[in-house]
Structure formats: structure tokens, C-alpha cells
Write a protein that binds this ligand. Structure first.
Ligand code: NAD
Length: 292
């Protein structure tokens, strides 16, 4: 290159490097998000990501003690003015309304709903009592309906649209042995998201679904009975459960709460502005093919 041109290139590279070092505007600055199941593994990872992207986050959960612990963890990445908590049971109409009102009063509105609270429950069909069936329906279907309807009403009132993300499950698409109540409820949850997306389109509200596969690390679901039951149903030792799911996946990777958070952030933000009624599986390929 002629000397003068070489100099110019260097100059522009330096200018580019300076630009790279400048703080970038945060993509969710000024947005308000409500995260249900915020005391759990996925809920906390989602909240962390939304806070890092500049959103104000209201965390809600049925478990008040775990909720405060989660808030303590998240204060390490966010200022106290950006995060608040409110206890609530998503199966109670009045409590859901109180959670939404608290969010609007605390942060001035609602732009993003992450409907994520949930349980996992397993039982072979013949041992599935009406009580087990009903509990899955109550939390995973009725709870998601109440929270989705409440967020819809609030977003409609605000007249500036919004984004909802339902955290469902790969098991809402693919049946899993010994978990008919859970799989059926998760399938309904996915379809409910599509129904809300259809009505939401007219008021600028997008609704999408993120489907995790087994997220063992960090999840409180996997602390309990579910782990033993899944291990028994797959005829493996419960200590090997994460390795079992990793080996079974197409990509031979374990899915982590942070992986779900990335997908939720994508669906919640303007990055997915032309997606609604969609389902994104974060499952290392597990829903697409049998690998063993
Ligand atoms: P988690 O148990 O760590 O978190 C779930 C949270 O939901 C808990 O803090 C719990 O207290 C809360 N919750 C339960 N019932 C509630 C109610 N009635 N009202 C309000 N809060 C309630 O589990 P996680 O792994 O973080 O799961 C989050 C979501 O992801 C759930 O919907 C779950 O079904 C789904 N999911 C998880 C996995 C996995 O392997 N971890 C796989 C697929 C789908």
C-alpha cells in the first residue's frame, strides 16, 4: 500500500477500536420485566440477563424465603432501584392481580412478561391420581392463563405493546414416559401462548415460547423427587443423570440455566421483533431426533 493510505487505514482502525471501547446503550434500558418463578434456577438466570441488558425486573414466586435469597444474589449485578420482589401464587386470580399491580406501581408499567414458574411431576399413567393431574393443570395451564391474561390487559391499557415469553418444556412437544400429566399441561401451555399471540398481534404484543430440555444444574426441580423418578424411568443411577441427558443429545451438550436465559432474552427483546407464536427449543437437539 502507498504510505499515505497505510497511515489512513491505521488511523481508522484506531478510531474503530475507540468506538468498540465506548459503552453501548443497553438493549432493554427503560423496559420493565416481570419474571414468575423468579426464585428458581431458570428464573434467576433470566432475571440476571434482563438486568444486565438494562431492564427493571420484578421477581415473583410462591416461596417468599427463596425469593429474598434470589434478590440478594441478583443485587450483585443490579442496583437496588432496578429489582424488586413480590410473593404470589400463580394459581390464585387475586394474587396474580396483586403481582401485576405491584409491578406497575413499582416500575410504572409492564413491557416484558416471562412466565416461567412451574413444577415437574412424574407418575406412570396408572398411578396418576386426579390430584396429580389437577396440580399440573392448575400451575402449568391455569397459572399461565392468569398471568398471561393479566399481562395482556396491562399491556393493552398502556398502548405501547409488549413481549411475553412462556417457559414451557420440550416435553410439551415430545411425550416422555411416566409424565403424562406434566407433558399434557406443557403442551397446553405452548398452545395457550399461540392463542394469546393471535389476539396480542392486534395490540402489538408478541408471545413466544422457550422450551428447555433437562436443565439440571441450578434447578430446584432436580433437587427433589423428580430426579429419582427420571433416573428410575430411564433405568440409570440418579448421580449420572446430567451425563445421561448430555450423551442422549444430538450436540452432546448439557443445557444450563444461562442457555435458557439467552433464548428468553432473544424472544423478549426487539431482536425477535418479527417472531410471534413461535417455539424455540433449547435442548441440544433432543426434540429433533432420536440419537439412542
Ligand atoms: P425451579 O424449581 O428451580 O423454579 C421454579 C420456581 O417456580 C420455583 O422457585 C417455585 O417456587 C416456583 N413456583 C412453583 N409453583 C408456583 C406457583 N404456584 N406460583 C408461583 N411460583 C411457583 O425450576 P426451573 O428448572 O427453574 O424451572 C422453570 C421452568 O422451566 C418451569 O416452568 C419448568 O417446568 C420449566 N422446565 C424446566 C426444566 C428443567 O429441567 N429444569 C425442563 C423443562 C422445562
Amino acid at each position: 500500500l502507498p504510505e499515505q493510505e497505510a497511515f489512513d487505514i491505521e488511523y481508522w482502525l484506531l478510531e474503530e477500536a475507540k468506538l468498540q471501547r465506548m459503552p453501548k446503550p443497553k438493549s432493554l434500558a427503560g423496559r420493565v420485566a416481570l419474571v414468575t418463578g423468579g426464585a428458581g434456577g431458570i428464573g434467576q438466570a433470566v432475571a440476571r440477563q434482563l438486568l444486565q441488558e438494562g431492564a427493571c425486573v420484578m421477581l415473583t414466586d410462591i416461596d417468599a424465603e427463596a425469593l429474598e435469597e434470589a434478590k440478594g444474589n441478583l443485587l450483585k449485578v443490579a442496583g437496588k432501584d432496578n429489582i424488586a420482589t413480590v410473593q404470589g401464587n400463580i394459581t390464585s386470580e387475586t394474587e396474580v392481580e396483586a403481582v401485576l399491580t405491584a409491578t406497575a406501581l413499582r416500575f410504572g408499567g409492564l413491557d416484558i412478561l416471562v412466565s416461567n414458574a412451574g413444577i415437574a411431576s412424574a407418575a406412570p399413567l396408572e398411578d396418576t391420581t386426579l390430584e396429580i393431574w389437577q396440580r399440573n393443570q392448575d400451575i402449568l395451564v391455569t397459572g399461565y392463563f392468569l398471568v398471561g391474561r393479566g399481562a395482556f390487559r396491562l399491556m393493552k391499557q398502556q398502548k405501547i405493546g409488549g413481549s411475553m415469553v412462556f417457559v414451557a418444556s420440550k416435553n410439551g412437544l415430545v411425550a416422555s414416559a411416566g409424565a403424562s400429566a406434566y407433558c399434557t399441561a406443557k403442551a397446553a401451555e405452548i398452545h395457550l401462548a399461540r392463542c394469546i399471540a393471535l389476539e396480542g398481534a392486534a395490540i402489538g404484543v408478541r408471545v413466544n415460547v422457550v422450551n428447555p430440555d433437562a436443565v439440571i444444574r441450578g434447578s430446584r426441580i432436580w433437587d427433589g423427587k423428580w430426579k429419582e423418578e427420571r433416573a428410575a424411568s430411564n433405568k440409570i443411577d440418579s448421580d449420572n443423570i446430567e451425563e445421561f441427558y448430555r450423551q442422549r443429545s444430538m450436540l452432546k451438550l448439557s443445557v444450563l440455566p444461562e442457555d435458557i436465559a439467552e433464548a428468553v432474552y432473544f424472544m423478549a427483546s426487539d431482536k425477535s421483533g418479527k417472531s410471534t407464536g413461535n417455539v424455540l427449543n433449547v435442548d441440544a437437539g433432543n426434540a429433533a431426533a432420536f440419537t439412542r
